[in-house]
Design a protein around this ligand. Structure first.
Ligand code: IPM
Ligand code: MG
Length: 350
């Protein structure tokens, strides 16, 4: 029996998570395992119900589960709250408390979504990138302060924090055909980046089979657009990873397609890389695929249900190949459907 904490959150969060649960339920039946869901309030919904984006009631539920499936947090009604009450603070708190330093986001180019990307035909063929984003350090968690006329955030990293994420990225790169790792920093300007680069060079000695390239983040941002095929595995600090992963999502056709896993502690967390899209919330318009693919990663990494994970990934490809599309990836002549129908069809193809 697998116990999963369900934190639907805000905006489109409830619909995309409900959609993913439909697929998970079908996978459980088909592959013969049992899932128990433990739903709890989180983000803006946590604030509304308990006055905190990560309420103690929710924390207790999470700590008694083996994995967390999260939707999205945030919305305009929370934008003016003090920092500790904002939905995003709940997200940072759960990542930090569970020790989820290793965030994995993967981008694959599907040729049947060619019309969704702004690149010339054929340009993205074979693009298959995994981003390792450090998730519990850097500017997100360093000392910060705001006064009337000034404000600062601090990017602080220890060698240990850098080394553990870099090792994970090397390990993954060494298991991929190209064995290529791009480490992205701003070592021409930032001390934390110079330390980062030093640690990467040191860890590289343990992975002689992996070819390492260092790129400055500004150049990396451009290279992702002009020559995305050169990338295999990318490793970078928290904020660079946040920015570059949204950019890289465009290569896959839509942010609505990018799943993510956050690992490193006892309990892992899985969430789509996109936000809560309040403008389309409750309209059954959201693309549930990023969440469904995150649920596949949950089965793979938290429960070693590799066959079920692969079956879900395959079903997503099948449905897209058959021409079904949510609004974000809609295209002339395709079968336009809503969030729940997309989930149902993917479940049916399992
Ligand atoms: C992400 C999101 C979050 C982040 C926000 C919602 C705090 O953009 O997961 O990429 O910046 O980490
Ligand atoms: Mg982001």
């Amino acid at each position: 029996m697998y116990h999963i904490a369900i934190l639907k959150g805000d905006g489109i969060g409830p619909e995309i998570v409900t959609a993913a649960m439909t697929v998970l339920d079908k996978a459980a039946k088909k592959f013969d395992f049992q899932l128990t869901y433990h739903e709890a309030a989180f983000g803006g919904a946590g604030y509304d119900k308990y006055g905190s984006p990560y309420p103690d009631e929710t924390r207790q539920i999470v700590e008694n589960c083996q994995a967390v499936l999260l939707g999205a947090v945030g919305g305009p009604q929370y934008d003016l709250l003090p920092r500790e009450f904002r939905p995003e603070s709940g997200l940072l708190a759960i990542r930090k408390e569970l020790g989820l330093y290793c965030n994995i986001r993967s981008i694959k180019y599907y040729d049947f979504l060619a019309n969704q990307v702004v690149w010339k035909e054929g340009f993205l063929n074979g693009v298959d990138i995994i981003i390792y984003r450090e998730l519990t350090g850097g500017a997100y968690f360093g000392e910060k302060k705001r006064e009337n006329d000034w404000a600062y955030d601090t990017i602080y990293y220890t060698k240990t924090e850098i080394e553990r994420i870099v090792r994970q990225a090397f390990a993954t790169a060494s298991n991929r055909p190209r064995k290529l790792l791009h480490s992205i920093d701003k070592a021409n300007v930032m001390e934390s980046s110079r330390l980062w680069r030093e640690v990467v060079e040191n860890v590289a000695k343990d992975f002689p089979q992996v070819h390492v390239e260092h790129l400055y983040v500004d150049n990396a941002a451009m290279q992702l657009i002009v020559n995305p095929q050169q990338f295999d595995v990318i490793v970078t600090e928290n904020m660079f990873g946040d920015i570059l992963s949204d950019e890289a999502a465009a290569l896959g056709g839509s942010l609505g397609m990018m799943a993510s896993a956050s690992l490193g502690g006892k309990i892992s967390l899985y969430e789509p890389a996109h936000g809560s899209a309040p403008d389309i919330a409750g309209k059954d318009k959201a693309n549930p695929i990023a969440t469904i693919l995150s649920a596949a990663m949950l089965l793979r990494f938290s429960f070693q249900e590799e066959a079920a994970a692969q079956a879900i990934e395959q079903a997503v490809t099948t449905i897209l190949t058959e021409g079904y599309r949510t609004a974000d990836i809609a295209d002339d002549g395709m079968k336009s459907i809503g969030c729940m129908q997309m989930a149902q069809l993917i479940a049916d193809r399992l």
